[in-house]
Design a protein around this ligand. Structure first.
Ligand code: ATP
Ligand code: MG
Ligand code: MG
Length: 342
């Protein structure tokens, strides 16, 4: 049997490996942290990915390499790619590792994004604020997730700094946030899941609900837009595309070149969930049936939400996923619940 290599030992890597195992593959997880898999943060420093011997041994032990987070350093990828194929490709990673290149790529495709300006250094902030105005959000270009590394500006005279190269984004007045989980196979076939409606709290995804309640035309727009993105990147694998719903139509917030938290509902709603779909794509199998057969509300279990676990375990309509993290911390994703609502 083939062996699939996964970069990153968090919950996404863990769920990918479960899906791979069901399809008869072995997986090898590369996680530079000292902590065991599934008890590691996603923020991995460059130094930890600098161990050329470990990377070489990992690549040689697998047939294809994928990843659960997008911040793998370019130099490590160069080494890995010289030994085995990386799917999704380097280009998808390069585009999405940096919010500036990501926004330039998306607007280059003719898609709407929030108005943005590069803020390379603190000195660029006044002119960026003059151009974009307020309210706006300053986001570090690299490494941010769960709203980390972001500062909101209520007033163009406000002066705060993230401490790293950033982009300033105009605040989008949205009526809702949706995401499309889209897959593209090695043969170029594209399949998208029904877009889910996302609710964030403090920059962290709280719930995803399907059906989204969006009009059919917007659902179609969202899926076409996602298909355009994966096509343009000659993408192989699953991608999460986060969108704002506005009066003027859909605005792309960001893309994630991997399985996505807002796609966890597919575990309870579809015959083939996003994890299996990703494994199928990177292994060169045909894409599976991503049709939605149930209404689902996915809720993240964050920090103290774990106190509700005894109750949730007794609920009839709940599929519970726990990530096995040793320590509960505020703001930390500990698991999720897929509640089947229809
Ligand atoms: P993720 O964990 O999804 O990768 P992130 O740290 O990359 O998060 P974003 O997705 O950029 O952060 O922002 C987090 C949330 O903040 C968004 O889902 C949205 O609710 C809000 N937000 C971000 N950018 C904007 C914007 N330009 N206008 C309005 N709201 C925004
Ligand atoms: Mg993000
Ligand atoms: Mg986001």
């Amino acid at each position: 049997g083939a062996v699939i290599g996964i970069l990153g030992g968090g919950q996404l890597g863990r769920m990918l490996s479960v899906a791979a195992s069901r399809l008869g593959y072995l997986t090898h997880i590369y996680e530079p942290g000292a902590a065991p898999a599934s008890d590691v943060a996603h923020a991995v420093t460059t130094a930890e990915y600098d161990d050329a011997d470990a990377l070489r041994a990992f690549a040689e032990a697998v047939d294809v390499i994928t990843y659960e987070f997008e911040n793998v350093p370019a130099k490590s990828l160069d080494l890995l790619e010289s030994i085995r194929p990386i799917r999704p490709s380097r280009r998808a990673l390069a585009v999405s590792q940096d919010r500036l290149t990501e926004k330039e790529f998306l607007s280059g495709l003719g898609l709407k994004t929030a108005p943005f300006a590069n803020v390379e250094t603190e000195a660029d902030l006044p002119s960026a604020l003059e151009k974009i105005g307020a309210p706006s959000i300053l986001k570090t270009r690299r490494m941010g997730y769960d709203g980390k590394g972001q500062i909101r500006f209520a007033d163009p005279a406000q002066r705060d700094w993230t401490g790293a190269p950033s982009v300033l984004e105009g605040f989008v007045d949205f009526s809702g946030e949706i995401s499309v989980i889209v897959a593209r196979g090695l043969d170029g076939a594209v399949a998208a899941y029904d877009p889910g409606m996302n609710l964030h709290e403090g920059g962290i995804l709280r719930t995803t609900t399907v059906p989204s309640g969006l009009p059919k035309t917007l659902v179609t727009d969202a899926i076409f837009l996602a298909a355009k993105i994966v096509g343009a990147l000659d993408y192989v694998g699953v991608m999460g595309v986060e969108l704002f719903v506005t009066q003027a139509g859909l605005v792309v917030n960001e893309i994630a070149p991997r399985v996505h938290n807002s796609g966890h509902w597919t575990q309870a709603g579809c015959a083939v969930d996003q994890f299996e779909q990703h494994i199928r794509a990177i292994a060169g199998l045909p894409l599976g049936d991503g049709q939605r057969y149930a209404d689902v509300v996915m809720e993240n279990l964050i920090g103290d939400d774990m106190d509700r676990l005894p109750q949730l375990l007794k609920s009839a309509n709940c599929q519970i996923h726990l990530y096995g993290k040793a320590e509960t911390r505020a703001g930390r994703k500990m698991g999720h619940v897929n509640r089947i609502t229809g």
